[in-house]
Every structure is written in structure tokens, then in C-alpha cells.
Design a protein around this ligand. Sequence first.
Ligand SMILES: Cc1cc2nc3c(=O)[nH]c(=O)nc-3n(C[C@H](O)[C@H](O)[C@H](O)COP(=O)(O)OP(=O)(O)OC[C@H]3O[C@@H](n4cnc5c(N)ncnc54)[C@H](O)[C@@H]3O)c2cc1C
Length: 337
Amino acid sequence: MPDDRLDRCNTFGLPSRADRLVVARTEQALVGQLRRMASHEPLTVLGGGSNVVLRARLPGTVLLVRTRGMRLEVASDERVLLTAAAGERWHDLVRYSLGQGLGGLENLALIPGSAGAAPIQNIGAYGVELADRLVGLRAFDRASGKICRFDRTACAFGYRDSVFKSGAPGRYVILDVTLGLSTRPLLETGYPELRAELVAMGRVTPSPVDVAEAVVRVRRRKLPDPRRFGNAGSFFKNPIVTADAARRLRQANPGLVMHETPDGNMKLAAAQLIDRCGWKGRRQGAAGVWPRHALVLVNFGGAHAPDLLRLAEEIRRDVHARFGVDLVFEAQVLGQD
Ligand SMILES: Cc1cc2nc3c(=O)[nH]c(=O)nc-3n(C[C@H](O)[C@H](O)[C@H](O)COP(=O)(O)OP(=O)(O)OC[C@H]3O[C@@H](n4cnc5c(N)ncnc54)[C@H](O)[C@@H]3O)c2cc1C
């Protein structure tokens, strides 16, 4: 039986305990454990713990998914399917695919966490989302006790959202994911920071490996390394408002960054809103806002979940007071104090 402390199982480094902690290293063990539990028994599934705020106690069972395995399957001349067990580290998957000469995941390099958690919030970065690459996945359905398959449509992906996160939270435990990759990928280098980095690297016609390298460089510059400064990446989602609301906001606040979404709404940059409220680089005891990225809340050492959540609420309140915009947490708050 492993230690029931979760301090090292979450990238915020928050002190937390599970009533019962189980580590599953094979799919057989994972499914066996799930089958032995009634569907209503409290269960928290954790991969890398890089998108959660853990309160002091997680009731019931915490299941750490540490399953391993990747396999390639040639689908056509240019297209290859990569299937990875849920417990594989996401960045290892990216590196493995690039090493096999396959493109498609380069923009998603260096995102912490596991392959199995990637569909939960439809991870995305630098113009690419998991939804653009996912072909399907297998999951254990706690309601029926059966293993089922999801194609991309059934995952109901949205911006940092999926059926697993908001449609039927907690019902499915993802066992593996299958991604569609290419030997002749179309590169997505439209993001200004990414383009500038490629220019600085002298890559006029970059390869997928070059794009991944540029992404890694930009991320290392901007984001705190969780091994030194506890964090969960972006704490808030970028808010989406109607085109009318966006027009009014821009009139009252010249220079606000916004991008049109496919359905005609406008996505605002939460980091800019937080920055304009003066929060970038501010600290409240052990919790604070990262000086180089206003979306990232940091545990500078010794913070507990309530410290971070108090800070997050104050930021939300200020952004609402100044812009009338509601910020929504991207990270998931789990457990009890
Ligand atoms: C420095 C840093 C940078 C980041 N950058 C990005 C980024 O650019 N883009 C982005 O989208 N995210 C980013 N994140 C957030 C995070 O890395 C991703 O959301 C990642 O997919 C979380 O994976 P995880 O294994 O750590 O999930 P966890 O934090 O362990 O879990 C997250 C949620 O998924 C559930 N879950 C986990 N595994 C499974 C499973 N097998 N089946 C069912 N449910 C499961 C958990 O119950 C929980 O609700 C960043 C985080 C950090 C710390």
C-alpha cells in the first residue's frame, strides 16, 4: 500500500491526503480496481496532477494512472495512428512521435501530464488542440462497468472542455488514446511568438522537430517549472463574449486583445485582463501571480489550497469589477478542507 500523501502527486505541491491511494501500472490492474468499486463510491483519478488544486483531503479512493505502452499503426501512405496508454507522459509521446518522423503533436510539446488526461480538457497550445489530432479513445464506463470506445465527435470537445469534463464528469476513466499523425504534416506556425522564435532560430522552412524546439524555448521562458515553483499552468480559461460585448469592451478599453471564435463570438486574453488589474507579479503570502505570465498562479512554497483559491477569487472579483467579465477556473478543484 503506497503512502496516502498526495503532495508530490500534484504540480502545485499542495499538501493533501487520500483516504486510500491506489497506483495502477497495468490496464488489467486499473480495470480490475474499477470493477471492484461500486459506481457511486467516491473516486478521484489522477495522472500527473498538473491541472488540479487539491484540498487537504480527498475522500474515498484516489487512483493514480501509471499504465505504459505506445504502438504505431500505418493507416495509409502518409497517415500513422499512435495509440498510447493513459499513464504515458504526454511530452514523452510528443518526443516519441517526432523521433519516428511523425508530425502533428509539435505545437503541444512540453505540456505536463498524462496522455489519458489530455482529452479531459482538450489540451491546446500555439494554435493546435488535442481535438485536431485525436482519432478515438477507450474508456471504462463506471455507470455500466464496461469498456467503451469514443470517436472524436462523441468526445464533444470544446475550448478546454469535453464530455469527460463537463458532460458526464467522473463517469469515464480513459484507458488509452489514439492520435492521427502524418509523415508529411501541415505545420501550424501562425502564433506570433512561435513565428518569432523560429525566425530567431534561423528556421525559414521548419520541420516538426524545429517547431517543437521553438515551442519548448518559448514555454521555458514564459512558464515556471513546476519542479521549482508549484503551478498548474493557466489557472483561468480565456473568457468568450458576444461580438457586441467585445465591441463595447474595446471601446472602453483600447488595445484589448481578442480573437474571433468559429461561432462568431470573441475570445479575450484572460492574462491581459488580469495584468490590467495590476495582479501580474503580486504575491499574497505563499501564493502569487507569476511575474512573466499573469494567467499562472504559483505556490512559492508552503501554500495550501485555500491560499490559492482566495487569491484566485480576488483576481476574479477585480476582473469582474473592471471589465464585467467572469473568469472561469481552468484547473479543477478537488477534495475537502
Ligand atoms: C507548467 C504547466 C503548463 C501547462 N500548459 C498547458 C497548455 O499549454 N495547455 C493545456 O491545455 N494545459 C496545460 N497545462 C495543464 C495540464 O498540463 C493539462 O491539463 C494536462 O492534460 C493534465 O494532465 P494530468 O495527467 O496532469 O491531469 P491531472 O491533473 O492528474 O487530472 C486532470 C483532470 O483529469 C482527470 N483525469 C486524469 N487522468 C484521467 C483518466 N485517465 N481518465 C479520466 N479522467 C482523468 C482528473 O480526475 C482531473 O479531473 C499546463 C500545466 C502546467 C503545470
